[in-house]
Design a protein around this ligand. Structure first.
Ligand code: PLP
Length: 380
């Protein structure tokens, strides 16, 4: 059975060109980048070329790009190190950050006694930047603000420029989890004064196990993993040269085709909104996912108009991969942690959440197959 893959916010298929680039490095560049001989230095060159490529795109210094294993590691490094090395006393965040940020924040709260303040959310899942500003002005505690650029479940996009300006004016550090936007939207950190950001290659057709943290040099962050002096002493351990070559290749393809890919994906998304609205009466779209200006073009968060905790499984049997809010082991519906914070009890009790996420490989025919399957499963 041919698979229809509509779970690109979870991960994306790796591109053939990326695989080729990685295989070439795997076969030839097996030196350790810390070795002084030519094989080692050739491997080191691969790291530095890819670091420069990424830094140029983000308008930062190559020394500010620290290769890691993934988005989770990058976010943990930034949050834990900011608390331990920058004397952060207070963190301002939300309850709908990705689990790796949410849990890292709880960890430093418990371990280091940091005060944690969660911003209020409206029914669309937005934070109120006036509340952020008022909080920052109300205390002179050293503060780290950590707010994701785009939410991985509902797709809301934060006004990063405005947020960064507020943080800068009030001497707070700003970390933004940019895992869902990096290489998908234009990011220029010479214009947006964020201090820290994160990236994961597998969200834009690169390999799993490769990512980076953007760490502004002026912050003087320090390592969480100690050992050698790799990655400017911010992340010890022999670098994943093959993975970084794949990350760089996927990053280059994504940014070089950003206009084309985003237009193509937006067209498929618009088609999906129209088809779902027409064929499934009562369907709801969560957060701001249908708004072009304020949401990721790569995903839609739906609430289907009846309760069916098995829908993910039923779609899977039909060869369609999507993400279901989540269903607990008893089979009873359990809304996602994000949706449970923004949807009313009534909506949560009477609908089934589904996240459909796209890439440039998604076609309108894929959407037709999904909509047809949903109509059949829902008995419409
Ligand atoms: N942050 C966001 C917003 C994500 O969507 C993800 C992945 O789902 C992560 C962080 C974690 O990234 P990784 O899978 O590379 O650890």
């Amino acid at each position: 059975m041919e698979k229809i893959y509509l779970d690109n916010a979870a991960t994306t298929p790796i591109l053939d060109e990326v695989i080729d680039a990685m295989v070439a490095v795997m076969k030839t560049n097996y030196g350790n980048p810390s070795s002084t001989h030519s094989l080692g230095q050739e491997a080191k060159t691969i790291l530095e070329e890819n670091r420069r490529l990424i830094a140029n795109e983000l308008h930062v210094s190559p020394a500010e790009i620290i290769f890691t294993s993934c988005g989770t590691e990058s976010n943990n490094l930034i949050i834990k190190s900011a608390v331990e090395n920058l004397s952060v006393e207070r963190i301002i965040t939300t309850e709908i950050e990705h689990k790796c940020v949410y849990e890292a924040v709880l960890e430093v709260k418990n371990r280091n006694g940091v005060e944690v303040v969660y911003l209020k959310l409206n029914e669309k899942g937005d934070v109120n930047l006036d509340e952020l500003e008022a909080l920052l002005k109300s205390s002179d505690k050293v503060t780290l603000v950590t707010l994701m650029h785009a939410n991985n479940e509902i797709g809301n996009i934060l006004d990063l420029e405005k947020t960064a300006k507020i943080c800068k004016e009030n001497n707070a550090y700003l970390h933004s989890d940019t895992v869902q936007t990096m290489a998908h939207v234009k990011l220029d950190f010479s214009q947006i004064p964020v201090d820290f950001a994160s990236c994961s290659a597998h969200k834009f057709h690169g390999p799993k196990g490769a990512g980076f943290a953007f760490i502004r040099k002026s912050t003087h962050l320090r390592a969480q993993i100690h050992g050698g002096t790799q990655e400017r002493s911010l992340r010890a351990g022999t670098e994943n040269v093959v993975g970084i070559a794949g990350l760089g290749k996927a990053f280059a393809i994504s940014v070089n085709h950003m206009e084309q890919f985003s237009a193509q994906i937006q067209e498929v998304k618009d088609y999906a909104i129209a088809q779902l609205t027409e064929k499934i009466p009562g369907i709801l779209f969560n957060g701001r996912c249908t708004e072009k200006e304020n949401s990721l073009y790569t995903l839609l968060s739906l609430s289907l108009p009846s309760m069916n905790p098995l829908i993910g499984l039923q779609l899977d049997i039909k060869g369609i991969a999507v993400s279901q809010g989540s269903a607990c082991s008893s089979g009873a519906a359990k809304p996602s942690s994000v949706l449970s914070k923004i949807l009313t009890e009534e909506v949560q009790q009477s609908t089934t959440p589904l996240r459909v996420s796209f890439s440039h490989q998604t076609t309108k025919q894929d959407i037709n197959v999904l909509v047809e399957a949903l109509v059949e499963i829902l008995g419409l």
